[in-house]
Design a protein around this ligand. Structure first.
Ligand SMILES: NC(=O)c1ccc[n+]([C@@H]2O[C@H](COP(=O)([O-])OP(=O)(O)OC[C@H]3O[C@@H](n4cnc5c(N)ncnc54)[C@H](OP(=O)(O)O)[C@@H]3O)[C@@H](O)[C@H]2O)c1
Length: 309
């Protein structure tokens, strides 16, 4: 299994990256430092996560100490939904660069295809449809392309886009998206979307690869596969943890993954997945776990014209 994947602009993305959503202030700096020491070079950030400043402190410290060079790192960030107007994209990207204290990022993603009004709250679940903006993601994309032209980011991509939206974007863009970041875990293996993206030379990055295990047991929430007794048994067979079994399986689908952790031992564990191969029976079992159940359906926004699921 390769440790990097080639993007359609010739650049490479490391297969395993560190997720940073809900990595709290006061702990994300340590997590990013530990991850660099453990060999991570790919960091998945977003303006919405509210912690890019601290991520940036850790990245810059490691660069200053000579542990890594900037060009060794692959840093992703994302444009939040309230800022889909074309003239907002460059300023938001610059704000992220300022928080991260970097002169460029490697990948800038449109976080969701649907926008909210700038005046709405960041997560307007109680504001109804009045909070929705009808700005077309094709307009947003023009701002994303401007970020590349200005050298603020090396590559641009999308997140949570469906096949139809990607096809429409490809037909109407100057710079093709390199990545579609979507939820992928054994409960939602996304094989069809992955195949579609491969056909268009777009790399899929899988988020919630561990099924966001801290929500386990919440009513209506899909049970993360890392707690499945069969997967725990598999772990014993390969002398690996359930998380390593799941991440190895996902990477074998030809995608990159961004497991989040702020726990040093898990950060180390989650990138140590390249030294074994699951046998056909175990792959078949993990394939059979697919239920098309989402950790992140965002059904509160399902009335939006650009809602994608
Ligand atoms: N584009 C999007 O719309 C979108 C949406 C959601 C997420 N994301 C990205 O994807 C990343 C990952 O998704 P996620 O954070 O939602 O969920 P996740 O990575 O599936 O799960 C994270 C949870 O699993 C725990 N964990 C980590 N490693 C483990 C291990 N080896 N064994 C057992 N438990 C383990 C973590 O705990 P500790 O931290 O306490 O160790 C945390 O509670 C995010 O952080 C974010 O960067 C993107």
């Amino acid at each position: 299994m390769s440790k990097t994947l080639k993007l359609n602009n010739g650049l490479e993305i490391p297969v395993v990256g560190l997720g940073t959503y809900k990595s709290g202030k006061g702990e994300v700096k340590r997590a990013v430092s530990d991850a660099i020491d453990a060999g991570y070079r790919h960091f998945d950030c977003a303006w919405f996560y509210g912690n890019e400043d601290e991520v940036g402190v850790a990245l810059n410290e490691k660069i200053k100490q000579g542990v890594v060079k900037r060009e060794d790192l692959f840093v992703t960030s994302k444009l939040w939904n309230n800022f889909h107007a074309r003239d907002k994209v460059v300023p938001m990207c610059k704000e992220t660069l300022s928080s991260l204290k970097l002169s460029y990022i490697d990948l800038y993603l449109v976080h969701w295809p649907f926008g909210f009004k700038e005046s709405a709250s960041l997560w307007p679940i109680n504001e109804g449809e009045a909070a929705f903006s009808d700005i077309d993601y094709l307009e947003t994309w023009q701002g994303m392309e401007e970020c590349v032209r200005l050298g603020l980011t090396k590559s641009i991509g999308v997140s949570n886009f469906n096949e139809e939206q990607i096809e429409r974007l490809i037909k109407n863009c100057k710079i093709k998206p390199v990545v579609n970041q979507v939820e992928v875990n054994p409960n939602l293996n996304q094989k069809k979307l992955i195949e579609f993206c491969k056909k268009h030379d777009i790399v899929v990055t899988g988020y919630c690869p561990l099924g966001r295990s801290e929500y386990a047991g919440t009513p209506g929430f899909p049970e993360p596969t890392i707690f499945d007794p069969k997967v725990i048994e598999m772990g014993k067979k390969y002398k690996k943890t359930p998380a390593q079994i799941v991440l190895n399986y996902l990477v074998s689908l030809g995608i990159s993954v961004v497991p989040k952790s702020v726990t040093k031992s898990r950060i180390i564990e989650n990138i140590d997945i390249f030294d074994f191969k699951l046998d056909a029976g175990d792959v078949a079992y993990l394939d059979s776990c697919n239920k098309n159940q989402r950790v992140c359906p965002l059904s509160e926004f399902s009335a939006h014209k650009y809602y994608s699921f």
